[in-house]
Design a protein. Structure first.
Lengths: 351, 351, 351
């Protein structure tokens, strides 16, 4: 059902994106069309990645997921970097982190909790994720934030590049840990479950769809980025609000939907993996990669967020850790996470 | 025994409060009389609420407790707001939070721990409370603190009102969770214990005492508030110290006593509930309610604490969570909490 | 094997330290000689303390360890205080905290984890330590940091002295808790293990070695302190980097080695005790003692770290708590801790 809606959105959205651009439709209309089309494309990329994952086996599949899972966000960010919109990129990274931890995680817990009194998920994974969230957000993002106040711009950039390399290396180590050295150590029946699933598309079809969708996302992303300024002016939104709330929701909408669906089916391990795993991917792979990529552009991007951004991420991480560390969830825990997201949303709207 | 002392304090205190005011006794003397009388009145209100709770059953009773539990503090704060003493109100909210978490919690653990080697309490409740503490203090109080630095006064007030509404809604949701949807899910024999207790007073008597005591508290609170300035000058105390330490201890003294008593009887669930439950009530109900009430006064109160206040609350929450998250306590954990309170007390005294 | 290396280092290092000073060897060469000799001496002091511990029984032994465990660091710091290098002292305290928590703890987890898939340690001790880390770093160090911004210098010093006294009292209480009131409550076979070990040296020999080594460390420390300025200039290192990274590694090198060795032998309880126990000793005993000692010098030292120092310590504590709170470790958790140390190291180098 949901897949059909996305298909229709795609069939209408892609041509409209091209035509609208040529005929100079109003910017706000185009902004909405671009956003919806990207949401639909992201869902196709997600399904293609999932099919490939099943075909190639869990190890290479895990690697694939870890690389392509946030491809849409990466592409939008690269075009934003190219356009010199460093503030938007950092804001959308922030938005991904708090959106995944609080909104996706919260809605999953809430909606799953309306059906089931108590839902359980793997407590070892939860703790492993907690450690990485602490490392990535509280250490690797906070240190440059606070140190940069006493550093020159060049030194801040050196620090950022150093941290980016360490983050990516640890991200690779985490994959090694999860897929090779400690695969199955903390789970019981993971492998069996995986085997029984059938891929939706064949290997060739999946690769083709992934490649095509990526190209189209790139094309539309570039156009989307250039609407930000006008939309911000006309709607009274700041760059920060567009980045933290709008771009982050567009870039992650497909994931949001599937996490909530999984929670509703009581597959909490998958739901949590989407919410927290995606956060970790953004923080430990997408963000540092963008720092390194930015070195090739005219304006390089230090790993230095604004104070409101860093506070939002740090508090989101602490709240998420305390709530999910026991491997259980209920509707109220979900409501708490969503309430935290609302507070931050109001804050960024007013800034 | 303790009840008799409070009765004597009342019989002497109330007339003295009136007479002293008419005869213009020295301000410091009156300050002391007002404080002691309020402590005695608060104890009567506590007993009346408890009696009512037993009469009306656990659901309505929980609601009653959740509303009247910090009535004294609410009344003092409203009169402070009316007198334009916004700094004192925020300081006394801070004082309630750190006082309940560190002093009440710490003394309960310490004194209970002198008698029992290891005391246990419900680990699910502890985790539930940890999540709410994180939400209320680390998210809902820290966000306006940090965001307001880049906001106009009007926008800060808008953010404060938004957060206040969200806090109260989540507080109501928490009651719904605890009293309706998940009642008894995480406990074994709670209901049985409750049933066996006899209310101290009949329904009518309890309501009468509650109403009378509330009126008298209101009368004395107004007088108390107007002594702050003189007392501060004469004792060399700042507004901050009066709010954080003095008002908070006066407003919570009766609760302090009963929590420690419960710990001494090894009823740790009740002791923890008083300490942490009361904190949550202040943070999620009293504080936001005061923000909303302040809209009707000449000076409205934003939910923006001073930096020392927010640091004290955040560190108190983190320490309390780490110490109580395992559902066990001993005298040393209590000593640690009290030591943290002493450090903060010295800090606020010197400020 | 390792002991023989330290012996050779000692036999060469001590005479060279004296001769080099008289013949005015290049400062950097002398800096290296001093550092290596102190590392060797520290190892002898460690072995002497350990022998004494076994002779005098666990209670007095625990007390001995708690007092002499960081003697080298204390001595270097006292000479630094005497030379007015308050910044270096605070930096080396910071370095001890993050070095022990992240580098020692991390290497132990990592190297132990290469040999064993999952290593376990006492979860009660881990939680006990977490509470104390929270108290010492997050409460006792952060409060003066934030409050001092609104305090005069005299009041900051008053607050520092008050906190120092509370820290030492709670440290003594912790020893009382561990060695007297709750000895063996949370462990099963601790006593039996202890009984079977043979002391390396007799009581008399151990005391002699301890006394001699302490004297020589004092002699060399004073010379070492006076090389900092020149070394900093010639190597392009800041006072902060010398204190946080170099002095801290020199002062703790012997402990580092033995913690990693213990982890490799799967004695994780001992490894964790060295890493975290040593941190607590620095934070709750060495640091406050230095504050009190500094009152007798011309320049007294407040307990106020720089912002980067406090941020490094706070994030190190939070990361360590989240990672070690479950009483289990693996190579990846070790890698995460070491990665955090690297990030901080780069940061302090650039400052």
């Amino acid at each position: 059902m949901m897949n059909r809606i996305f298909l229709i959105m795609l069939i209408i959205g892609v041509p409209l994106s091209v035509i609208g651009g040529l005929l100079h439709f109003p910017t706000i209309l185009m902004f909405i069309i671009y956003c919806l089309t990207i949401v639909a494309l992201a869902s196709f990329m997600g399904r293609a990645t999932e099919s490939l994952t099943l075909v190639v086996g869990p190890r290479v599949g895990g690697l694939l997921n870890a690389t392509f899972g946030n491809a849409v966000e990466l592409i939008i960010s690269i075009f934003s970097l190219k356009a010199g919109l460093i503030g938007v990129v950092l804001a959308s990274l922030t938005g991904s982190v708090i959106g995944n931890l609080l909104l996706v995680g919260g809605l999953s817990f809430f909606i799953g909790g309306l059906k089931f009194k108590v839902q359980k998920f793997n407590v070892f994974d939860a703790r492993h994720n907690s450690g990485l969230l602490m490392f990535a957000i509280i250490v690797a993002f906070v240190i440059p934030e606070m140190f940069s106040q006493n550093l020159t711009e060049t030194k801040t950039m050196t620090l950022s590049v150093g941290i980016a390399i360490i983050l990516i290396l640890l991200y690779i180590a985490a994959l090694l840990f999860k897929l090779v050295t400690h695969r199955g150590v903390y789970t019981k029946d993971a492998d069996e479950n995986v085997v029984t699933e059938e891929p939706e598309w064949s290997k060739g079809k999946a690769i083709l769809i992934l490649a095509l969708a990526t190209l189209v996302v790139a094309y539309i992303s570039e156009k989307l980025v250039h609407t930000f300024e006008t939309v911000g002016e006309q709607m009274g939104w700041t760059e920060l609000f567009i980045g933290v709330i709008i771009v982050a929701i567009v870039g992650n909408a497909a994931e949001h939907a599937s996490a909530v669906l999984m929670a509703f089916k009581n597959k909490m391990d998958v739901a949590v993996e989407i919410a927290v795993g995606s956060t970790l991917q953004v923080a430990m792979f997408v963000a540092p990669l963008l720092v390194l990529i930015s070195l090739f552009f005219s304006q390089s991007m230090p790993l230095v967020f604004t104070v409101p951004e860093i506070i939002a991420m740090v508090t989101a991480v602490l709240l998420n850790i305390v709530i999910s560390n026991d491997g259980e969830s209920n509707w109220f825990e979900g409501a708490t996470l969503v309430a935290a997201y609302l507070i931050m949303g109001i804050g960024f709207y007013l800034l």
